[in-house]
Ligand binder design. Structure first.
Ligand code: ADP
Ligand code: ZN
Length: 715
């Protein structure tokens, strides 16, 4: 069987994500693998597919015991024979798994790293036929990484104990140094190396000026009532406050932070995982354990300390590859607060690094460069397109306005006061404030005093930030930092260069990438069914089907198992286990909303053959050509491997676009008259009324055809 056949049969996917195929083939050929792939890149498939195809056992090392059960449930739902061994199990359960192992009935065994250090475990593995070992979160083996776990060091023995068994190491974060370290510690033998792009094209990045955060969050949530998402805040107190505010406003939001008891944290996480609550307000303590693929938004209520953290947290959105939104609410005050903490760091080198990281983050939030480009640049990756099309900068939500004159006011105040004063005082001068300091230094006698009375002080503070950002002025490193002109600022002050400032356009859209037409109502019903099944089986909903899969169902309205199998994400096992339940929901919905269902099926469900989405135009032209050759609806349907309803929908569309057909080619005249009469008698356009009134004599397609011809004749 080819890898593509296996991919379709087991996972129900038509194609690999980038790098997956290379990894799968390397493992099938017994070669070591080292892969850096971003979250959501589809790492698990890389080892699950070969584990299924190869003879022998694949051991998966995964650091989080709390996730293992979900991972195993997900693998089982896909039809893989998977089990786990960890300290949360009782002796009976462990013996059951051991029995299965001895009988070679397991493809995938998930274990924690410390198991390798346990006496006897290596011996058990040696008695079995091993296919390969997959190591998840492999960066945990490196002391150079941000997440070192001593337990992982036990894994360095694997290659010595099993010289013939391939090892595949996966991670979502690894610098060059960590990468070398992993390869060396695990003793990988000229591995197939993958360093995937860190670009997450389905994420939309947006930065919003923070004004009244809770209100801003509420507005976002009201606009996205059915979506799951995470709101990050820095402190426990702010987490509590935001969660409480949202609850008062009727939003079901739960808090998550290190101050809650273990049980509470676990409960809240589980409720989120199981779609029982849409929103979690959390500190960054909420993260590692989230395996949920349908997180639709991640909002940062406060500025993250560094780009790496920001990338990781936003990375939890949209793992299923569907559009997701990342909103950062930015205020300069946050940067100042973080700066304050950095100032407390005693070790100078550490302090310097922290400051550099903060500066990167602030630049990302404030610059007028594509956010995606900035993020990728941080990871040393160049984004080649001029415009990513999925961030606020590229979508023109922020604009650059000329602010040369205002910039000159600030810089003139700095210049005239000899570069000896800080930002607050300079802003006060320009805004014409009446402070003791201003009187003391006679700054109310300056020419620039009050030159900016028309704007409030906040505006002038922002202007100073922007001037700093763009290098027109510099701030000293002292305890009381003062502002001074830089060369670039001099140019602007002398009117030789313009100064442009970034400003948000009035209405801030919350944009999501277009996902094409689907029935939102059916999608919601499918979600409800998914939740019901998930509860019944005690697994998280995404284990059953992803949002993407449900959305495709709500787009193509499959009515039988054969067409259901064409939906991406519906493999053999899931079709067998869950297919009937979802088909029933689609069937019932279709009957109750015939009109809508027909509209949707314009998007063609081929009856057999591989599903390739052709451009809409091409399929109409094919139908048109057959119609011109005089074929009936049934003949066309047979010829094209489509259901008659789709052909009729094509004809209707073609007629709307001005094509003319001979009505007798498609329908018997007597029947046509009967149908016309029904439409007229009931003074309706609704197909369902006519079909119902005919008491079974008229099919839905027939009514639709006649309606199309009637509409044409009306002109
Ligand atoms: P990672 O572990 O890299 O974060 P996962 O293995 O959890 O990513 O996969 C993320 C999502 O992508 C899952 O919902 C998975 O079903 C989906 N996925 C993986 N490979 C493919 C593919 N080839 N086609 C479509 N969806 C895929
Ligand atoms: Zn962009």
């Amino acid at each position: 069987m080819s890898v593509y056949d296996a991919l379709k049969r087991v996972f129900g996917f038509d194609d690999f994500r980038p790098n997956q195929r290379g990894i799968v083939e390397a493992l099938l050929g017994g070669r070591d693998v080292f892969a850096v792939m971003p979250t959501g890149g589809g790492k698990s498939l890389c080892y699950q597919l070969p584990a299924h195809m190869l003879d022998g056992l694949c051991v998966v090392v995964s650091p989080l015991i709390s996730l293992m059960k979900d991972q195993v449930d997900a693998a089982k739902a896909t039809g893989l024979s998977a089990e786990f061994l960890n300290s949360s199990q009782g002796a009976v359960e462990r013996r059951r798994v051991q029995g299965l192992l001895e009988n070679h009935q397991i493809d995938l065994l998930y274990v924690s790293p410390e198991r390798f250090a346990m006496p006897g475990f290596i011996a058990v593995l040696k008695s079995l036929k091993m296919a390969f070992v997959a190591i998840d979160e492999a960066h945990c083996i490196s002391e150079w990484g941000h997440d070192f776990r001593p337990d992982y060091l036990a894994l360095s023995q694997i290659s010595a104990h099993f010289p013939k068994v391939a090892i595949a190491a996966f991670t979502a974060t690894a610098t060059e140094r960590v990468q070398r370290d992993i390869v060396e510690k695990l003793g990988l033998r000229s591995p197939h190396m993958v360093r995937a792009s860190f670009d997450r094209p389905n994420l939309f990045y947006q930065v919003v000026l923070k004004e009244n955060l809770n209100r801003q969050l509420l507005r976002f949530l009201r606009d996205h009532p059915n979506d799951s998402g995470i709101i990050y805040r820095t402190t426990r107190k702010s987490v509590e406050a935001t969660a409480e505010f949202l609850q008062e406003q009727g939003i079901r939001a739960l808090p998550y932070h290190a101050g809650l008891s273990d049980a509470e944290r676990k409960l809240h996480q589980e409720q989120f995982n199981r779609d029982e609550v849409n929103v979690v307000v959390a500190t960054i303590a909420f993260g590692m354990g989230i395996d949920k693929s349908n997180v639709r938004f991640v909002l940062h209520g406060d500025l993250p300390k560094n780009v790496e953290g920001y990338y990781q947290e936003t990375g939890r959105a949209g793992r299923d590859g569907e559009p997701a939104h990342c909103g950062l609410y930015f205020s300069q005050g946050d940067a100042v607060k973080i700066r304050y903490f950095i100032d407390q760091i005693e070790e100078p080198h550490e302090q310097k690094i922290a400051l550099e990281q903060l500066n990167h983050m602030v630049r990302l939030a404030k610059s007028n460069v594509c956010r995606r480009k900035s993020i990728l640049a941080y990871f040393g990756e160049q984004y080649s397109l001029p415009d990513c099309g999925a961030c606020d900068v590229c979508c023109g939500e922020v604009e650059r306005i000329d602010a040369t004159e205002d910039a000159q006011k600030i810089m003139s105040a700095i210049y005239r006061t000899g570069g000896k004063f800080g930002a607050v005082h300079i802003a006060d001068i320009v805004a014409g404030a009446d402070t003791q300091r201003i009187r003391q230094f006679h700054h109310d006698e300056l020419k620039t005093y009050g030159a900016g009375r028309d704007r409030d002080k906040r505006y002038w503070r922002r202007m100073i930030d922007d001037l700093l950002m763009q290098g027109c002025i510099v701030q000293s490193d002292d305890q009381y930092p003062v502002l001074q002109l830089a060369e670039k600022g001099m140019e602007v002050l002398k009117g030789r260069k313009p100064f442009k400032m970034l400003r948000q356009k009035e209405s801030v859209r919350t944009v999501t990438v277009d996902v094409g037409d689907y029935s939102v109502r059916l999608f919601n019903e499918l979600r409800a069914e998914r939740l019901r099944l998930a509860r019944e089986q005690g697994v998280p909903p995404f284990v059953i089907f992803s949002d993407r899969t449900l959305r495709e169902m709500a787009r193509y309205f499959p009515t039988e198992e054969s067409t259901l199998r064409m939906i991406s994400g519906v493999g053999e096992a899931k079709a067998a286990q869950f297919g009937a339940a979802f088909l029933a929901v689609i069937g019932t919905y279709r009957e109750a909303h015939l009109e809508e269902a027909e509209e949707m099926s314009v998007l063609q469900v081929p009856v057999e053959g591989p599903k390739k989405k052709k451009p809409k135009g091409a399929t109409y032209l094919e139908t048109l050509e057959l119609a011109r050759r005089g074929l009936s609806v049934e003949e066309m349907a047979a010829e094209r491997n489509l259901v008659p309803g789709t052909i009729v929908a094509h004809i209707e569309k073609l007629m709307e676009q001005g094509e003319r057909f001979d009505v007798d080619q498609f329908i018997d005249p007597k029947k046509r008259h009967e149908i016309e009469a029904l439409f007229v008698r009931h003074t309706t356009d609704a197909l369902s009324i006519v079909v119902e009134a005919s008491q079974g004599r008229i099919s839905y397609e027939e009514a639709r055809l006649v309606r199309a011809f009637m509409a044409q004749d009306a002109f």
